[in-house]
Design a protein around this ligand. Structure first.
Ligand code: NAP
Length: 266
């Protein structure tokens, strides 16, 4: 069983969601610390710019992570261009805002697919390579909303809670294979998340201070190095996690009160 700090330099990572926000920042931070990265997302131009912005340039492949055929191609490309896989950082994700009763079954399926099924199936497909890799690690970018839900994010909260559960299962199942699992319960972070909503608009309670994506990325890569199993980066996220654990009804009451308050006139 490996012990001490996990070496980042020389490790071969797939990073999803690498065209913006947290995924992009993690791809840059891993490369800065000497890892080799295959970055993926749908926007090829963004990946191209990212590849040229780091030294040495990273590998990239554009495609839809919800497409099973693309996931298979991604794994084959990593095995081919990097010579194997020692890590997967599943950061691609997105949200939808609205009451459950008002959103459609299509939105439900899309968010569950993007935020739960795609990272889960990517990891399943990568497992033979990860088991053969060196001191491998799986990183799921979850959310504090996977610890305790908020209204208007039903699909997203359910997907992130499912991801937390799967991370726990895999952590136990893969311990004998020396494959580590890190769950990141991310809080409010600067990214394009609110511009890329599948449905709906940003709720007022999300407009507070957000952590820079670079700061989140440093915390994530340090946690990989230190073999952490779950982290909640930033004081805001840690505050939410504490209240969620010890006084969850405070969150429920505040959220219900908020929903009863009429929206301000524009
Ligand atoms: N920002 C926050 O406050 C916050 C809080 C908690 C958790 N998170 C989680 O953090 C992770 C990263 O999000 P972010 O905040 O960095 O948001 P972001 O800037 O919008 O990044 C999302 C990334 O996912 C990619 N993506 C979306 N749909 C995809 C698809 N179908 N196929 C392939 N790639 C896809 C996007 O690239 P393309 O559009 O180019 O495909 C983009 O690179 C997500 O899992 C999110 O749930 C964020």
């Amino acid at each position: 069983m490996p012990f001490g700090r996990r070496r980042i330099a020389g490790k071969r990572f797939i990073v999803t969601g690498a065209s913006s926000g947290v995924g992009r920042a993690v791809a840059i931070e891993l490369t800065r610390r000497g890892a080799r990265v295959l970055a993926t997302a749908r926007r090829a131009d963004r990946l191209h710019d990212l590849a040229r912005s780091v030294t040495p340039p990273l590998e990239h492949l554009a495609g839809d992570i919800c497409d099973p055929a693309f996931r298979t191609r991604l794994i084959a490309t990593a095995a081919d261009r990097l010579g194997g896989i020692d890590g997967v950082v599943a950061a691609a994700g997105g949200g939808a805002i609205g009451r459950f009763q008002d959103l459609s079954p299509e939105t439900f399926a899309r968010i569950i697919d993007l935020d739960f099924t795609a990272p889960a199936e990517l990891v399943r497909a990568a497992l033979p390579n990860l088991v053969r890799g060196h001191d491998s690690v799986i990183v799921f970018i979850g959310s504090i909303l996977g610890l305790h839900p908020l209204p208007l994010h039903g699909e997203y909260c359910a997907a992130k809670a499912a991801l937390k559960s799967l991370a726990g299962t895999l952590r136990m199942e893969l311990a004998a294979d020396d494959v580590g699992v890190l769950l990141v319960d991310l809080g409010p972070t600067q990214s394009e998340f609110w511009d890329a909503l599948v449905v709906g608009n940003r709720p007022p309670w999300s407009r507070g201070k957000r952590m820079p994506a670079e700061q989140a990325a440093r915390a994530i890569v340090t946690a990989i190095e230190r073999r952490r199993t779950e982290i909640v980066p930033g004081w805001q996220a840690r505050g939410y996690a504490l209240v969620a654990r010890f006084m969850p009804r405070l969150i429920d009451r505040a959220a219900a009160r908020h929903l009863r308050t009429p929206a301000p006139r524009r």
